[in-house]
Design a binder for this molecule. Structure first.
Ligand SMILES: Cc1cc2nc3c(=O)[nH]c(=O)nc-3n(C[C@H](O)[C@H](O)[C@H](O)COP(=O)(O)OP(=O)(O)OC[C@H]3O[C@@H](n4cnc5c(N)ncnc54)[C@H](O)[C@@H]3O)c2cc1C
Ligand SMILES: *[C@@H]1O[C@H](CO)[C@@H](O)[C@H](O)[C@H]1NC(C)=O
Ligand SMILES: *[C@@H]1O[C@H](CO)[C@@H](O)[C@H](O)[C@H]1NC(C)=O
Length: 341
């Protein structure tokens, strides 16, 4: 078996980064991405794409730290190259602020981001309702540019993309050797994974080009993230809410909360509303599995359930998915050579 035929389901940040990572790391693979939606219509296009991790209760912290570090290193290097603007990646500095002292003053990712420190008294003067804060520089990765850039890289290395809804993984049996499941919330239906649930997020994208620092309140319900084309104002976290239409009441509240933190936003214009459903789960599912049906075997790698932090960890989880693909290829080689005997 010379070429390994790989099908990647899903064209959000997880599917496309996994496809690119496989093509960079295992040249013998031919890769097709199959998805019913592509940029600009995925959840990944709604995200602000800022690299401030969320905690996944069911994944070990050392692993989350590793995924974040690998993702940060990769994006920092792109931000530091001539590809930065096409890839939609830039450095951004700002404040994470608290109304009371948080129980954990130093999060696990403090050494990964740049220049992490406590805010000074004079910095805190900007936020009279807050008593504590942290300053750091991180990376922002904008789906609206990053997804097309990943897709271009994939095509450049011979990969293909197909628009299609997948009803059953077994559709791929015979035409592909390995299937990678990066279907986000789609896995609830596809895999019957009922641990997966939507957490609805509504944001506003506004014009306020004078706002250059990010501001994130407490655990990130209210935030202001300046980007290349607009400033993202958030947000909401509505568990089990599948409504993809913008809610005007949500928008009024988001604007009011953000204007309290950054009064100059009263001059913002060009307000657009966006909604996305975060594919949430107690932990990211990163696993290999060999499905068996009527004596046929279908090797699968699962990589989904990145919830509120898919951008923060996507390259790290893609690297781990590549490792699982390599292990499956070894297994396939052994079974092929046994079949020949
Ligand atoms: C408002 C908001 C703000 C956010 N901000 C941030 C942030 O600042 N930083 C951060 O790290 N994360 C953020 N996130 C989270 C981030 O958006 C997600 O973690 C990430 O987009 C998940 O990527 P994904 O590729 O798994 O899912 P998706 O982008 O939803 O992609 C899933 C893909 O699978 C395809 N698919 C599903 N089912 C099928 C099927 N049956 N057949 C074919 N194709 C299928 C879909 O068409 C789609 O292409 C935010 C999310 C929201 C909603
Ligand atoms: C940034 O770019 C310079 C010049 O190409 C290079 O020497 C340096 O190693 C890069 N740093 C990172 C973190 O990528
Ligand atoms: C993902 O894998 C499961 C099996 O665990 C399968 O039922 C489901 O159809 C797969 N998802 C897709 C999109 O093929």
């Amino acid at each position: 078996m010379d070429t390994t035929r790989v099908a990647v389901i899903g064209a959000g940040v997880i599917g496309l980064s996994t496809a690119v990572c496989i093509s960079e790391s295992i040249p013998q693979c031919s890769i097709d991405v199959i998805s019913d939606k592509f940029t600009p219509d995925t959840t990944s296009d709604v995200a602000a794409g800022i690299l401030i991790p969320h905690v996944y209760p069911e994944n070990p912290v050392h692993l989350q730290k590793q995924w974040f570090q690998e993702t940060f290193d990769r994006l920092f290097a792109i931000a530091n190259s001539s590809e930065a603007i096409d890839a939609g990646i830039h450095l951004i500095s700002g404040w994470q602020i608290y109304r009371s002292i948080p129980h954990q003053e130093r999060p696990f990712w403090a050494d990964t981001v740049l220049g992490f420190r406590k805010m000074t008294e004079s910095e805190l003067k900007k936020f009279p309702q807050h008593v504590f804060g942290q300053v750091f520089t991180t990376v922002k990765c904008e789906g609206i540019s990053y997804l097309p850039w990943l897709e271009k890289r994939l095509r450049g290395s011979g990969g293909q993309v197909h628009i299609r809804k997948v009803e059953d993984l077994w559709e791929f049996y015979g035409s592909y050797d390995i299937v990678i499941n990066c279907s986000g919330l789609g896995s609830r239906e596809l895999l019957g994974d009922l641990q997966l649930f939507p957490v609805r997020g509504q944001v506003l994208k506004v014009q306020a080009p004078w706002v250059k620092h990010f501001i994130r309140d407490e655990e990130g319900l209210t935030y202001i993230y300046p980007g290349t084309f607009d400033v993202t104002l958030g947000g909401t976290r509505q568990k089990d809410d599948w409504n993809l239409s913008p809610d005007p009441q949500n928008s009024r509240e988001i604007l009011a909360r953000c204007q309290t933190l950054e009064p100059s936003l009263q001059g913002a214009w060009g307000i657009k509303e966006k909604v996305g459903l975060r594919p949430s789960r107690p932990g990211v599912r990163l696993q290999k599995e060999i499905l068996v049906q009527d004596g046929h075997r279908l090797p699968v790698v699962h990589n989904y359930g990145h919830g509120s932090g898919g951008f923060c960890v996507h390259w790290g989880t893609a690297l781990q998915a590549v490792q699982l693909v390599k292990e499956l290829i070894t297994t396939l080689k052994i079974s092929t050579s046994k079949a020949k005997l």
